[in-house]
Design a protein around this ligand. Structure first.
Ligand code: ADP
Ligand code: MG
Length: 428
């Protein structure tokens, strides 16, 4: 075969393709360089499988062209195609009672020629493929009698036995459990990194695709809507639009790759929890408390805070009801009364690691009110160290609160654990 070494492994040039009754792909343009690991993502029915069928030559474009290692795919003989492309379909159907070893040997028919008798090279290659995919133990079992996961690994073994230059997989790992999908991915990565085999993986698992692929191609309604590194493609706005639901993207703390999540969890939890906690914050001590309590599904109120305090700004941004006092003013009777009413409506009160001075020490009275009403109070420890009142009023108040039943906490993690425990006990 006359293949160019520098040509892209796969090139779609303005490809329009589909089925008799239904055009699917619409002007799709991209190239994949040899040795790349590319993942195709997109919602159900967007055209991923159609794209893959077009890439393997199963579907001919009605417009545009597909190049494979510098050759027009339509000009390649089936045997030439089979020696270049290994396809792992979503589900491999075996029409006859073939054993795994026989199925894998079918993969050799491309390189060997359809009617040739398998030689030692064929046997070595098939054996190597079966070792790689961990199906050697299954080699005498009937393919149709294997579990879905075992069949997938056997199908991959068959594709590997072809010794292809590009492997194309269509959701092939979707049905594997986490152990086996990790294993198959490791095999693919190894083949890609060490043997420079190009991989094109269709996956509806965005996180998996972002974790493993060098590049993502995102398809939506038959059009290529994004083509770039996982970081470039995994944009909240784009994903939310393409998938038609609100999605969030954050960075994986270990691998650094983008991770997409839905927003259902937080919303559901918040909606089902009627627990409301009032937070005594100030000077920025409340922001992390607000954030964590909201994520844990609590409703949160706060105050009294000074209007320009960073906690007041955060409360406003997070839609947390908050009683505010004029900037740089001591808490007055009106705002204290408003906060007292707010605490009366809460299920508990959290005192943050706030510095107390003469202007805001009165907020600790709110905690006393809560205790008096039989509500739990969780208080950041060591108030004495943050007591800037002249007469140690805050420290004295803290001692009273403690003897009244307030629970001290050190660090947000401990507070969360305490809340978890106390709230569950109260609900029981
Ligand atoms: P995906 O793999 O992204 O889920 P597909 O490529 O399978 O999407 O399907 C894209 C569109 O083509 C869908 O609307 C689907 O119904 C349609 N389609 C898929 N296969 C056929 C077929 N053999 N004949 C006609 N339409 C098809
Ligand atoms: Mg599909």
């Amino acid at each position: 075969m006359n293949l160019s070494m520098n040509a892209p492994a796969l090139a779609f040039r303005s490809v329009t393709a589909g089925y008799k009754s239904r055009p699917v792909l619409d002007g799709v343009d991209f190239t994949i360089a040899e040795g790349e690991f590319v993942s195709i993502i997109g919602p159900n029915g967007s055209g991923k499988s159609t794209l893959l069928r077009t890439a393997t030559g199963l579907i001919r474009p009605t417009r545009g062209s597909v190049g494979l290692f510098g050759r027009e795919i339509s000009s390649l003989k089936p045997r030439e195609r089979a020696s270049l492309i290994g396809v792992v379909p979503q589900k491999l159907e075996s029409p006859m009672a073939f054993t795994v070893a026989e199925i894998v040997m079918i993969g050799r028919s491309g390189p060997r020629g359809r009617w040739g008798i398998p030689d030692s090279r064929d046997h070595d290659s098939a054996e190597r493929a079966m070792i790689y995919t961990n199906v050697l133990d299954l080699k005498d079992r009937l393919f149709n009698e294997l579990s879905a996961g075992e069949q997938q690994r056997a199908a991959l073994a068959m594709a590997l036995a072809q010794e292809p230059r590009i492997i194309m997989l269509d959701e092939s790992i979707a049905h594997l459990d986490i152990n086996h999908s990790q294993e198959v991915l490791r095999i693919l990565m190894k083949l890609n990194r060490e043997e420079k085999i190009t991989v094109l993986l269709v996956s509806h698992d965005l996180n998996l695709a972002a974790q493993i692929a060098d590049r993502l191609l995102m398809v939506d309604a038959g059009k290529l809507v994004s083509n770039g590194s996982p970081g470039e493609v995994m944009q909240e706005e784009l994903l939310s639009r393409v998938y038609g639901c609100e999605l969030r993207v954050r960075k994986d703390p270990y691998g650094g790759h983008p991770v997409v999540t839905g927003t259902l969890d937080a919303i559901l939890r918040r909606a089902t929890s009627r627990q409301c906690l009032h937070v005594i914050g100030g000077g920025g001590s409340g922001i992390e408390l607000f954030r964590r309590l909201l994520i844990e599904g609590f409703q949160v109120t706060s105050g009294v805070l000074n209007r320009l305090d960073s906690d007041a700004e955060a409360a406003r941004a997070l839609d947390i009801p908050c009683v505010l006092e004029q900037p740089f003013s001591a808490i007055g009777a009106d705002s204290f009364e408003a906060a007292r009413l707010m605490v009366a409506g809460a299920d508990g009160l959290v005192v943050g690691p706030v510095p107390f001075g003469p202007g805001n020490v009165v907020n600790l009275e709110l905690a006393a009110e809560a205790l008096k009403a039989g509500k739990p109070v969780w208080m950041a420890a060591d108030i004495a160290r943050r007591d800037y009142t002249l007469d140690h009023a805050a420290a004295r108040m803290a001692e009273q609160l403690k003897s009244g039943g307030a629970v001290e906490w050190r660090g947000i993690q401990e507070l969360m654990a305490l809340l978890q425990h106390d709230v569950i006990n109260r609900q029981a």
